[in-house]
Design a binder for this molecule. Structure first.
Ligand SMILES: Nc1ncnc2c1ncn2[C@@H]1O[C@H](COP(=O)(O)OP(=O)(O)O)[C@@H](O)[C@H]1O
Ligand SMILES: [Mg+2]
Length: 420
C-alpha cells in the first residue's frame, strides 16, 4: 500500500492541447480520493498519467515516496479498473481473476494462484460463479470480477475510471456501496474518476474537483457542499443544483429578484463597494412558510411568489419559480452553465419544500429561507466571498477523524472474521 503524491503535474498532448494544467494533490496511504468534473476536464488523462499509460509532460509523480515519472506501468504496482471491465470472454471467472498472476510466468505456484483467487472471490462473493463465463454474468458481477483481478495483484493502489457508468441506476447504487465497503475492508489507497457528483459525494473520503485541467478545490464532501471556494464548485456539487440569483447591493441591503434583506454583517466588508453580486441558495434551504412554526418563520426571510410547476416526490416536493435575471450576470451564468454541462435552467428558482406543503402548480405561495445559509459570489472572480476558512478546516478535520475511525472498525471486523 502506498501514498500517491502529484506535484504540479502537466499534460500537453502531441497536438498542443493542454489537458492538465499543473495539478498538485497529496493522497494518503489508504485514502479514497475521487477526481470529479464535467466531461473533458482531464480526469482520465490524470489517471492515465498516474498508472503510466500516458507520459507526464512536466511535474512529479511519487508513489510511496518514490519518483515514478519514468517507470513502466508494471513497476508502479497499481491496478486499474476500466469502465468496460476488459474481461476475457472465453475465460471463466476464475481464469479472468487469475490472469494477472499467470501473466507473471513462474512467479506463483498453482496452489498460490488457487488460494489467492479463492480469497478474492470470497471477498467479492463470487465463489459460486467461478466456473462461469463473463457473458453469463450480470453487470454487477462482471464489475466484481474486474475488481477481483485488481485484488489478486495485491497492488499498492486501485485506480478506477468511471467504472459504473455502463450500469443502470439501481445497480450503480448497489455497486457504489460495494466498492465503498471493499475499499474499507482492504484499506487500499484508491483514486476513482467520475463525472457524476452524486457518486463523488457518496464514495470519497476527499473529492478533488477539476475544471478544464485545473484543480478547483480538494475537500471532504461536506466541505465542498457547505464551503465551496467558487461558483463552479458550488454549481457542480448538489442536486438539484444551487440556485444563483443576481443580488443588488445598496445602503447595506441585498436585493434579490423576489426578496430584499439586510446584507449579513459578516459580508459587509468583503462585499465592499460592489453594487452587484451573485447569490447562491440551495433548493433545500427554502421552505413553504405555511409548514413552519412561528419562531422559525420569523427568524428567516419570507416572500410571496407565483409557483409555476411542482413535483411531489414523497420525501419532499420541488417547486419551480421563474424569475428575471439581471443582464449583467446573465452572461456569467450562461458561461457557468456551459462549463457545468448544465441543463440551462438558470432563470428559474428550484426550491425543495416539505412533502406536507400544499403548494401546487399555479399557486401564489409564501416561501421562506434562512439568510444565514446564503452564499455570496464575486461576479468578477467567481470567488465565494462568504466562505469561512476556519469552518471549512474544521469540517475537513472531522471528516478525517471519521475516516480513520471507520477504517479501524472495518479492519477490526476483518480480524474478527479471520480469527473466527
Ligand atoms: N490523445 C489526445 N490528443 C489530444 N487531446 C486529447 C487526447 N486525449 C484526450 N484529449 C483531450 O484532453 C481533454 C481531457 O480528456 P480526458 O482526460 O479524456 O477528459 P475526461 O476524462 O475528464 O472526460 C479533452 O479535451 C480531450 O479531447
Ligand atoms: Mg474520462
Amino acid at each position: 500500500m502506498a501514498s500517491i503524491t502529484l506535484t504540479d503535474i502537466v499534460k500537453q498532448y502531441g497536438d498542443g492541447f493542454h489537458a492538465v494544467k499543473g495539478v498538485s494533490l497529496d493522497i494518503a496511504d489508504g485514502e479514497f480520493v475521487i477526481l470529479v468534473g464535467p466531461s473533458g476536464c482531464g480526469k482520465s488523462t490524470l489517471l492515465r498519467m498516474i498508472v503510466g499509460l500516458e507520459d507526464i509532460t512536466s511535474g512529479e509523480l511519487k508513489i510511496g515516496g518514490k519518483r515514478m515519472n519514468d517507470k513502466a506501468p508494471r513497476e508502479r504496482h497499481l491496478a486499474m479498473v476500466f469502465q468496460n471491465y476488459a474481461l476475457y470472454p472465453h475465460l471463466t471467472v476464475f481464469e479472468n481473476i487469475a490472469f494477472p498472476l499467470r501473466l507473471q510466468k513462474g512467479q506463483f505456484s498453482e496452489d498460490e494462484i488457487q488460494r489467492k483467487v479463492r480469497l478474492a472471490a470470497s471477498t467479492l462473493e463470487l465463489e459460486d460463479h467461478l466456473d462461469r463465463k463473463p457473458a453469463n454474468l450480470s453487470g454487477g458481477q462482471r464489475q466484481r470480477v474486474a475488481m477481483g483481478r485488481a485484488i489478486v495483484r495485491e497492488a499498492d493502489a486501485f485506480l478506477f475510471d468511471e467504472p459504473l457508468s455502463n450500469l443502470d441506476a439501481k445497480l450503480r447504487g448497489q455497486m457504489r456501496t460495494e466498492i465503498a465497503r471493499m475499499q474499507r475492508r482492504l484499506g487500499t489507497t484508491t483514486v476513482y474518476v467520475t463525472h457524476d457528483q452524486t457518486e463523488a459525494m457518496t464514495l470519497g473520503d476527499r473529492v478533488a474537483v477539476l475544471r478544464k485541467g485545473e484543480l478547483q478545490q480538494v475537500a471532504s464532501p461536506r466541505g465542498l457542499y457547505e464551503q465551496p471556494v467558487n461558483l463552479f464548485v458550488a454549481g457542480f456539487i448538489g442536486s438539484p443544483p444551487m440556485n444563483f440569483l443576481p443580488g443588488e447591493v445598496k445602503n447595506g441591503r441585498l436585493s434579490l429578484p423576489f426578496a430584499d434583506l439586510p446584507l449579513p454583517e459578516n459580508l459587509r466588508s468583503r462585499v465592499g463597494d460592489r453594487s452587484l453580486v451573485i447569490v447562491g441558495i440551495r433548493p433545500e434551504h427554502f421552505e413553504d412558510a405555511a409548514v413552519l412554526e412561528d419562531s422559525k418563520r420569523e427568524a428567516g426571510v419570507t416572500f410571496e411568489t407565483d409557483v409555476d410547476v411542482t413535483e411531489w416526490l414523497g420525501s419532499e416536493q420541488y417547486a419551480y419559480i421563474p424569475f428575471d435575471t439581471h443582464p449583467d450576470v446573465a452572461a456569467k451564468l450562461e458561461e457557468l452553465d456551459r462549463d457545468l454541462d448544465g441543463e440551462g435552467m438558470r432563470t428559474q428558482l428550484v426550491v425543495a419544500l416539505s412533502s406536507e406543503s400544499r403548494v401546487r402548480d399555479g399557486d401564489r405561495a409564501t416561501l421562506w429561507f434562512d439568510p444565514a445559509k446564503i452564499l455570496v459570489f464575486d461576479p468578477e472572480t467567481n470567488e465565494n466571498m462568504s466562505r469561512d476558512d476556519a469552518v471549512a478546516q474544521q469540517i475537513d478535520e472531522e471528516n478525517e477523524q471519521d475516516r480513520r475511525a471507520s477504517l479501524e472498525r472495518a479492519q477490526k471486523r476483518e480480524q474478527v472474521a479471520a480469527a473466527g
